[in-house]
Design a protein around this ligand. Sequence first.
Ligand code: AMP
Ligand code: FE
Ligand code: FE
Ligand code: ZN
Length: 285
Amino acid sequence: MIADLHAHTLASDGTDTPTQLVEKASAAGLDLIAITDHDTTCGWDEAASAAERNDITLLRGIEISCQWQGISLHLLAYLHDPQHAPLLRILRRARESRERRARRITELLAADLPLSWEDVSAQVEPGATVGRPHIADALVSRGIVSDRDTAFAEYLYTGSPYYASHYAPGPVEVIQLVRAARGVPVMAHPFAAARGPVVPDELIADMARAGLFALEAHHPDHEEEQRDHALALASDLRLQVTGSSDYHGRGKSNRLGQCTTSPETVEALLAEPTAVAAVGRQLLF
Ligand code: AMP
Ligand code: FE
Ligand code: FE
Ligand code: ZN
């Protein structure tokens, strides 16, 4: 069984529709694909319909941006109740803050470059979560850079003079909310240091005590050493281990199924108490 537990669509900063994601995952021979857009579940329904039509299981998920002592970290959650009010409030606040922050970054860039908010908003699907990749796409559309990677390397990296942050909740609070919403929380790319500073093991131990299910040890942004550290820490903390591509479509070189999760871990995840079920083809273990 081939399972990829982390992928993005046009509902956030991916470049495929939810339907295209599911169709491509099925065509690539995956048995299970998760949709995990940043701070939104608005792609779930379309992805679920596509999964019913294709030979694949869909795991409905989300990637929630969190912050701890100024350090940004990402929490994946699967199969939670998308209507859980306290979680919805936090996600709405995060998306609103993301919009103000994207305008701020655009303003800072516009002081030096021919770029406007209209250029940026033209890159964002209605209702989608806005992120730096959309600003990158606007810089590409204006011919200022050739691709997203260059936009990040030159202008959008964390700590750049054009950088601004947005509101993000604390990880322990979010894990508690996800469990209250009967979802399964997994820490995304825990030691991907190329993205910026990473949190200490002690915080991950607190997250484990709060109900974390797994560490995403197998991820394209992890060097071998970082993967091994995640594997050792997961073993110490008795956490499961997942693997995922973090596919974003054309926006990144990550390929669907580039990293995968074992059938045993998928089975353990699906055995957790959850608010909604996976949809699509019946999984056979
Ligand atoms: P934000 O959530 O707005 O802070 O933007 C972070 C997102 O940008 C991450 O989730 C990645 O998808 C994306 N990203 C980060 N670095 C790069 C890069 N070098 N090239 C393309 N996308 C990137
Ligand atoms: Fe992203
Ligand atoms: Fe992430
Ligand atoms: Zn992601």
